[in-house]
Design a protein around this ligand. Structure first.
Ligand code: PEP
Ligand code: MN
Length: 250
């Protein structure tokens, strides 16, 4: 067990849930190193309508089967609509709102009203890749209310469009620090924040050096075969050394 004493929120898993064997192999590794939260993404907002859109409702059966074998594990699901929320609300412990939906205000209002603290630990709000700090915080304000308290909210910096990086995206640590200094729980996504697996470990180290609340990292059993975001996924094999190097225990 590598992460037995961490107080950080560590989320890992594939970009998209592809099938039971894929997610099970990531879950087994995650459990062995002490990670609690697994990415189980069944709805994928994709640039092209011809790309894999996620397993959808069929994925819920996969998550249920996984739950029966890994009852300690908790699950993170992205939702893009009210219907998606209804589909995942019983199996997801973290409700993720992706960068593209940061300003889907009706969705934010719906989640604010229907968040269930008895099942849902957090709502995770990613910053849009072309949104200002103020827009991010105002989006967060749509979520906060009777059910979603500040302690249930995770803000996630996942990189903004950039003309200067070779991958077209740069992590914006300054605005992430600003949110942290204003009392929000901020986690960093070094995977979408760099788009390249080589950069994920150094960015994760930098995030922890800045004392952010946690990390969300894409991991795949065979990155080159991933149906989405294959260049940024780290392999299961590399995961142990990745977390050993991060030295997360208090
Ligand atoms: C994701 O985390 O799977 C994702 C789609 O990220 P983002 O919304 O940041 O692009
Ligand atoms: Mn992805």
């Amino acid at each position: 067990m590598i992460l037995n004493k961490t107080n950080k929120i560590i989320i890992l898993g594939p970009c998209a849930l592809e099938d039971y064997d894929q997610i099970e192999s990531v879950a087994a590794m995650a459990q062995s190193i002490g990670v609690t939260y697994l990415r189980t993404q069944v709805f994928k907002p994709r640039t092209s309508p011809d790309s894999f859109q996620g397993l959808g409702e069929k994925g819920i059966d996969v998550i249920k089967k996984l739950h029966s074998n890994y009852s300690e594990m908790k699950f993170v699901c992205e939702v893009c609509s009210e219907a998606h929320f209804e589909t995942v609300k019983e199996t997801a412990n973290i409700i993720q709102i992706g960068a593209r939906n940061m300003q889907n205000f009706e969705l934010l209002k719906y989640i604010s009203k229907n968040f269930d603290p008895s099942t849902h630990d957090y709502v995770l709000l990613k910053r849009g890749f072309a949104n200002t700090y103020n827009e991010w915080i105002q989006a967060a304000n749509y979520l906060l209310g009777d059910k979603v308290k500040k302690e249930n909210l995770l803000l996630c910096e996942r990189g903004s469009r950039s003309l200067t990086s070779d991958t077209g995206v740069s992590l914006d640590f300054i605005n992430a620090l600003k949110a942290k200094n204003e009392g929000y729980q901020v986690i960093i996504d070094p995977s979408h924040g760099s788009k390249k697996s080589d950069y994920v470990l150094p960015l994760a180290k930098a995030s922890l050096a800045m004392d952010f609340k946690g990390l969300i990292v894409e991991v795949h059993p065979r990155p080159s075969e991933s149906v989405s975001d294959k260049d940024q996924a780290i392999s299961i094999e590399d995961c142990k050394s990745f977390f050993n190097e991060l030295d997360l225990n208090e």
